[in-house]
Design a protein around this ligand. Sequence first.
Ligand code: FES
Ligand SMILES: [Fe+2]
Length: 394
Amino acid sequence: MSVTPIAASSLNAERVSERVLAHLERGLALPGDLYTDPALFAEEMRAVFQRQWVYAGHVSQLANAGDFLTVDVGGQSVIVSRDRAGELHGLVNVCRHRGTLIVDTPCGNVRNFVCPYHQWAYAPDGTLRGAPRMPAGFDREQYPLKRVHTGVWNGLVFVNHSPGEVDDLGALLEAPDELMAPFDIASARVAHTEVYEVAANWKLVWENSQECYHCNANHPEFIKTFDMKAFVADDDSFSLTFSGDRRMQCATFPLRSGAVSLTMTGQPASRQLLGRFGSGLAPYTAAAHLKPGFASVFSPDYGIVFMDVPKSFDRTEVRVQWLVAPGAEAGVDYDVENLKRVWDQTNRQDWALCQSVQRGVASPDFEPGPLSLDEQSVAGFYHSYATMMAAAGL
Ligand code: FES
Ligand SMILES: [Fe+2]
């Protein structure tokens, strides 16, 4: 018996959250229409991405006064900037005059943000500094750029577009604090960035990143060092922890005997080690994820940070950064191609799988099948997704 009738739109049937929970209870994957409905996608941007903490970038990208970067938060453009006093600000990237995007570049440095249309000028803290030829009585103080919440965890900058109170970022990420502290992520720097376009729904991309049921068959480079046997046996070398209503998940990664880093050889790809590993701390690899779109994995010599940016119901941009120790020099301490090889190959293999799933779940013949023992993190995602959607009445 099929659990879920296919509705014309996922929003016309019973609540999405209830449908998800019904599938979760039966241990089933989700119905195809949840991945193929533009109207549902629009609701998800409001209910999920504009209500949760979304990764924006690393503090090293905002080192100086006037540095800024832009980030897509559920389809809304947000600026993160550093002001002259050193404070970070999250600003809605929409001019208070007639709505032009203030900046249209991924990052840069400004003295003031100057709107390209009629030249209203805003300081890096969002206050309006100049507005030419406005009538008498115009009060600049009434028109600062609108603000969003910002938070920093271990040097990783997050924004939250939610209009009201937001969950405390530090509390959400408290569980992995101890696990990730030795990497001293805050003092690292971005060695390389890659932006991947994936023709798949954001939920498929996230689900794929949460399970390794597919790893043996699809990721020859990854399993050179990732110990699938220990992972499947679920022994102490793989300690999965959930918190924050399962939005946060962290784990140590089991590596094969002799391997000290997730690289092609198991040996460090960078000669300069991160944080306390540089002074002899025993090596380990660990991951911390925060739904809906942030994932990170750190080995003693480098880390990788993923940011999933949904673009449409069947398109997701995945922005990936490789981080190294602050003093590590390209061409001297590491070779970029070697640094990124395992994850770049693994990513491309994953995107091909996600794209194939996107096509498959769009078929009227698709009927959600049962999840395996190795997909409990996918079930964890369904749970978080249902909770977030239910909170928005969906
Ligand atoms: S829209 Fe920005 S100055 Fe007019
Ligand atoms: Fe994968």
